[in-house]
Design a binder for this molecule. Sequence first.
Ligand code: GLN
Length: 486
Amino acid sequence: MTEPFYSLSISQLAPLLARGEVSPVEVTEQFLERIGQRNQEINAYLTVDADGARAQARDAEARLRRGEGALLTGIPLALKDVLATRGLRTTCASRILENFIPPYDATVCVRLREAGAVFLGKANMDEFAMGSSTENSAFGPTHNPWRRDRIPGGSSGGSAAAVAADLCTASLGSDTGGSIRQPASHCGVVGLKPTYGRVSRYGLVAYASSLDQIGPLSKEVRDAAVLLQAIAGFDPQDSTSVPEPVPDYLEALGREIRGLKVGVPQEYFGEGLDPEVRDAVEAALKTLASLGAELVEVSLPHSEYAVATYYVVAVAEASSNLARYDGVKYGLRMKGRNLMEMYYNTRAQGFGAEVRRRIMLGTYALSAGYYEAYYKKASQVRMLIRRDFDAAFKKCAVIAAPVTPTPAFRIGEKIDDPLTMYLSDIFTISVNLAGIPGISVPCGFSSSGLPIGLQILGPPLGEPVVLQTAHAFEQATDFHLRKPDF
Ligand code: GLN
C-alpha cells in the first residue's frame, strides 16, 4: 500500500517530490480519488477539474525530472470559486454565474501555474463572498470536517474545509471582512490575509473593492509563507497592487520572538466573547510571553463602530460591483417582454437572498441624499479605525486577538438573522477597513472539539513579522497537528 500523501503539508510534500520519492501524478491521483469518495460529505468543492489537474501534474513531473522544480511544483491546491480560471467554470457560488467560463486566468492563478502548482478544482463559498458560514452558496452549504452539523465559516468555507479534510494540500481564499481568517479559525487551519494591495486582484471577482484581498489557507504557517511568496507583488493589471518589492517571507520564519512587543487590545476581550475562546486566546498570549515576547496593552477605541462601518462600505461597493450582472454580457439571462423586464427577471432569479439584501442596502446607502449620511460617514469612521491601528503599532510590533467570538456555530443557527450573522465578524473586519495584514493560527479546541484560532495582526506590509510570530507560536504548540476524524 502506498503512503497517503494527501495529509502532508506543502513543506513536507515538496522535498518528497523534489527527490522523486513520489511523482506529482501519483499525488494528484490520490487526491482525485479521495475527493471522489469524500467530497459529498462536506461539499467543499463545487467543481473538480480532474483532466486539468492531471495535465498540470504531468507538466510538473516533467519539470521536476529536468531539475526545474520550485517550492510549489506538483503541489495540489484548491481555488476559491471567486478566482477566474481560464476554461474552467467560475461560479462565485451563484446561479447567475452557474455556467460562466472565464476566458482568462486571475493573476494569482497565472503565478501559481508558473510555479508548477496543480489545481484540483474550485472551492465552495458564500455567494459572491457575502457571508460568514458558506450557507449562502447557491449549491448547498459546506460542512465543517470537525463536526458535520457545524458551519466551516465563510466566505472561504470550501477552501478551509478542503485543507482541514485533506482534500487538497493548501488553498487560496479571499478576505473582504474576515473570509480567510474566520474559516481558517473554524476549521483548525492557517489563513493569511495580506496587506491590501500586496497580492494582485486581477481576476478576483469583485465584492468590495476597497477591502478585497486574496490569500492562502494552509496546514502550517510555513506553507502560507510559501504561497504568499508565489502570489505577492505588483501587477500592472491591478492598479491597486503595491509597487513595493516582495521580501523573502521564509527568511522571517524560525527567528525567535524574544523581546518582540505583542499588543493586546482590551476591546477584543470584552462582552460577547465565548469563555472557551477567551481561555484559548489567553493561554496563547501566555505561550507568546513564555517565548520571550513582551505583552503590552493597546487600545483600539473605535472598534465598536467597525461592524456598522463595514456593513455600509461593503454593501455600497457591492451594489456598484454587482451592477454588471444584467444578463447581457455573461451569465444567466432570463426572458422578459422588454429589456427592463429581462434585467429584473435575471437579477431576481440569479441572485440569492443575501446578495439581493446587500444590493438593496448598498444602493440605498449610495443614493442621492443618503450618500453623505452613510457612505461618506462610514469612510470617515473608517479613517478613525485606521488611525487606532497606526497609534497601536507605535507601541507594539504585532497585535494578538481572537478571530471569532465563538467556535463554529450550527448550520442553520444564524442564517435567518442577518444582524447576528454580521456581528460574528466583529474581530476580523477592522483589519480590512485598515488594510493591514492578519493571520489566523490554531490555538486550541472547545470542549466539544471545535478548533479555535489566534489572530495576529501587523502594520501595512508587516507580513514578515506576522508570519514570524505565528510560526514561533505554532512551533511551540501542537494544535496544528490535530486532525479531524474525517
Ligand atoms: N462575513 C463578511 C461579509 O459577509 C466578510 C466576507 C468576506 O470577507 N468576503 O461581508
